[in-house]
Design a protein around this ligand. Structure first.
Ligand code: PLP
Length: 407
């Protein structure tokens, strides 16, 4: 008899997006004429840039000739890309990394999920709440979450509330934890930490031998000076932090798949017998065993984002989305709503008016304004009372949505 992983059975249905789809479908069935604007999606809409496409076409042609064909590549990524990451993404901000510390991959989702492979089942995990659901669900699969309570919280996971009440600055855990997921700029709230605020986390992690899993998937959207692009801008962070980065939102690679994870050599874990172990060595082993590398063609595309032209194109894409974010934020503020985010991230987090819940306000916007948003409660208990709007749509639709809200 085959025994399945019981942990998977504990996972509830992926309720959020299926419920949104169901409500939209029901509304459409009774209002087929409605022109629905989707501001709930977390996917990009602009096509890949010219320079990226050219680089990928060239790489495809290389695959057609025996002289330039590429089979299995290095599982940690080709040096042409790793070297660019080190130079442009880190050296440029004063962070020195060696090639052994960079692991090119196929997504920040995969890596932030797979990282659990190298962590003991006995770790107590903390997440900021609301949270990118992957951090929770992968720990449920790994048997680290305990049981789901009626309050929407898993019994063995520590939830660090991040709401308007604390300025979206989660408090350091008061109980003992071993791993903390931090995502800044944050999905879903769109808020960030300053260098001073992030330093508190690094100091805490060093003092308590805690591992920080820092998701920087949205770093390219940062516009303010005192907001760190990398956790390694904070002194000592290499001892305690892993950083996830992605080309998905930065350069439109959501369907193309390329990302990387930084695991510094100093980053240390501990065995039950008290001995210390290199987290870098464990991740290296994990990737070498289970991952055969991101496709050559895709890595050539990612490399092209570091050329002068590529950089310019990527910057324009980000500015396009951030202009949408500005339009959403300022329009909602003018209408008297309490809004957060949208300055260093493509997400706007709106506090629903008194008397509404996340879902009832979602329904109001859908049925009265034909606008689809994401109810905040879907990201965790502290998301109740908020909805998320994204800036990834077209400028025309973004403006049209704001006009509808003003009417
Ligand atoms: N991390 C965060 C916080 C995200 O919001 C997302 C995508 O929405 C990802 C990671 C996934 O990134 P990737 O496309 O590289 O898997």
């Amino acid at each position: 008899m085959v025994y399945a992983n019981d942990n998977f059975i504990q996972l509830p249905e992926t309720y959020l997006f299926s419920e949104i789809a169901k409500r939209v479908e029901t509304f459409k069935a009774s209002h087929p004429e409605a022109n629905i604007i989707r501001m709930g999606i977390g996917d990009v809409t602009l096509p890949l840039s010219k320079t990226v496409i050219q680089a990928m076409h060239k790489a495809v042609d290389e695959m057609a000739s025996g002289a330039t064909f590429k089979g299995y590549g290095p599982d940690k990524g080709y040096s042409f890309l790793v070297d660019k990451i080190i130079e442009h993404d880190y050296k440029a901000i004063g962070v020195d990394l060696s090639t052994e510390e960079v692991f090119v991959s196929d997504g920040a989702k995969s890596d932030s999920g797979n990282i659990g492979d190298i962590l003991s089942k006995d770790n107590i995990i903390a997440v900021t709440d609301p949270v990118y659901p992957v951090y929770i669900d992968t720990n449920v699969m790994g048997g680290r979450a305990g049981e789901l309570g009626k309050d929407g919280k898993w019994s063995n996971i520590v939830y660090l509330s991040s709401t308007a009440e604390n300025g979206f600055i989660p408090q350091l855990p008061t109980e003992k934890v071993s791993v903390v997921y931090l995502c800044f700029p944050n999905n879903p709230t769109g808020t960030t930490l300053t260098k001073v605020q992030l330093k508190e986390w690094v100091d805490y992690a060093i003092a308590n031998k805690v591992l920080l899993l820092f998701d920087a998937a949205y770093e390219a959207f940062i516009t303010e000076k005192d907001v760190p692009h990398s956790i390694y801008e904070i002194e000592g962070a290499k001892q305690v932090a892993i950083e996830f980065r992605s080309y998905s939102k930065t350069a439109g690679f959501t369907g193309t798949r390329c990302s990387y994870t930084i695991v510094p050599k100093e980053c240390t874990g501990y065995l039950k017998n008290g001995k210390s172990v290199s987290i870098n060595a464990l991740w290296n082993r994990r990737q070498a065993t289970k991952f055969n590398g991101t496709p050559y063609i895709i890595q050539r595309g990612a490399e092209a984002t570091y050329t002068e032209e590529g950089k310019k194109e990527v910057k324009e894409m980000i500015q396009y989305y951030m202009e949408n974010a500005r339009i959403i934020r300022t329009s909602l503020e003018k209408l008297g709503y309490e809004v957060y985010g949208g300055v260093n991230a493509p997400y706007i987090w709106l506090k629903v008016p008194t008397g509404y819940t996340s879902w009832t306000f979602f329904d109001k916007l859908l049925t009265e304004k034909h606008i689809v948003t994401t109810p905040g409660v879907g990201f965790g208990p502290s998301g109740e009372g908020y909805i998320r709007l994204t800036a990834f749509g077209s400028k025309e639709q973004t403006i049209e949505a704001m006009i509808r809200l003003t009417k």
